[in-house]
Design a protein around this ligand. Sequence first.
Ligand code: AMP
Ligand code: MG
Length: 405
Amino acid sequence: MTSPDQAWAAILAHSSPLPVVCVRLQDALGCFLAEPILADRDIPPADRSAMDGFAVCAADVSSAPVELTLTAEVAAGSASAPPLAGGDCVRVFTGANIPPGADTVVMQEDTEPAAGSGKVRFRKAVSAGANVFRRGENAHAGDELLGSGMALTAAGAGVCAAAGCAEVRVHRRPTAAILTTGTELLDAASPALSHQTRNSNGPFVEAALAEQGFLSISPGSVADDPDALIAALLTAAARSDVVILTGGVSVGKYDLVAEAVRQAGATIHYHGVAMKPGKPQLFATGPGATLIFGLPGNPLSAMTGLYELVVPALRRIAGCPPARCRTALPVRLARALTVKGDRQQYLLARLDWTTNGPEAVMVRTVGTADLVAGARADGTVIVPPGTKELPAGSWVDFREWTLRR
Ligand code: AMP
Ligand code: MG
């Protein structure tokens, strides 16, 4: 059976970043940059005051106290004052360009007006260059500020604005159609009888994608009916880059997704992944460039499969470099773990942020339908096949489900 890493290799072989679009900076948060952001000028663009105080030539204040003649004032946003002559000083405020000839700013708190003379008294000697942000000390014109392939963060948005980019070229955000399948499913607002199941996978997948910055449409739930499934798949594929189905992907009489995917004209690249939970999963491509994922119906299996392979795939087509699509955080186990089974396992855990770094604390689950436990976890500890004992303190890979806030 296909291992999770082989499944990921198959996804990589059949997916590539979506076309590049130009979007307004405020719409680009989380998008992957399609080209580097370069400094359009030096940052800062001039020598600037880091303090409210007085711009001086340090040589004039090499010993103190000393009095200098106040000749001008420059606020942030004012064009610079005329060049500073020896024995003079200029009042400056934080963010103001300092006048030519000045090399140092003395903070206001270290000065006082010299009585009746129009001069300023400096109480302390200064060291040259103090309290000045030097022109270009953060970056020079033409320097790369943000690299291509980086996801735009909040701080990155600030950098773009500082570099004069009101629009950025990024890969288009992927849109996924979420198709939950199962005749037993009802939405959250409906009163449910004991043989009916509330559709939790739909809202889960939709929220998980929104959290990652992906767009989704939810055409709703489809009954276990071959024709209805094929029709819904074709409509979904026509409207989105990715179709995510849940349920009906195993081997039961009413598991009709694989056949419907074939009938819709798609090619299946794997069906069944050697992971626990999450074995009944499939990946297909077509019609056109659409990626199709079939996830198991059981909520914990669906969650594990989504974060293991589907979110990484969406990151890839969103423009994330392959090595950063499916990262795991190395963490220590808080307590010893005994494991059984030959498939790679994904065990629910939450992260405890201790003074020694993050520690995984296992979350008890009762079977793969236990979505309640899923909501108590921050993700899964990945246990490679064949592992039996993991002592407390062992390093393990952790697949994060929740965004750290
Ligand atoms: P299946 O994969 O279709 O065999 O479904 C496995 C189990 O997951 C069954 O108990 C289903 O009722 C349940 N299930 C399937 N889809 C969903 C869903 N969208 N929300 C909650 N449970 C589901
Ligand atoms: Mg079913």
